[in-house]
Design a protein. Structure first.
Length: 81
């Protein structure tokens, strides 16, 4: 069994109110390490058997059409052993 990770994030030019809210809250809670915060989402997809190029192509298509909004988000697909 293999795991495929799809990480989705807002494009850099898109405002991120949730990330800004977290960045503002961190110092109030005593955490001073961050200069900025961007939020995103992560999908973990378990697949049976070996990951094939065809399977990766299908996951790329799913990431583009279902898991992300390509107008405002980017995504990265990774295979985890």
């Amino acid at each position: 069994m293999a795991k495929i990770i799809v990480e989705v994030a807002l494009k850099p030019e898109i405002l991120d109110p949730q990330g800004q809210a977290v960045a503002s809250a961190l110092p109030r809670l005593g955490f001073t390490f961050a200069t900025s915060v961007r939020q995103g989402k992560r999908f973990e997809i378990e697949v049976a058997g070996e990951v094939t190029p065809a399977m990766l192509a299908d996951i790329e298509q799913a990431a583009q059409t279902l898991l992300s909004n390509p107008v405002i988000e980017t995504y990265v697909v990774k295979v985890e052993a």
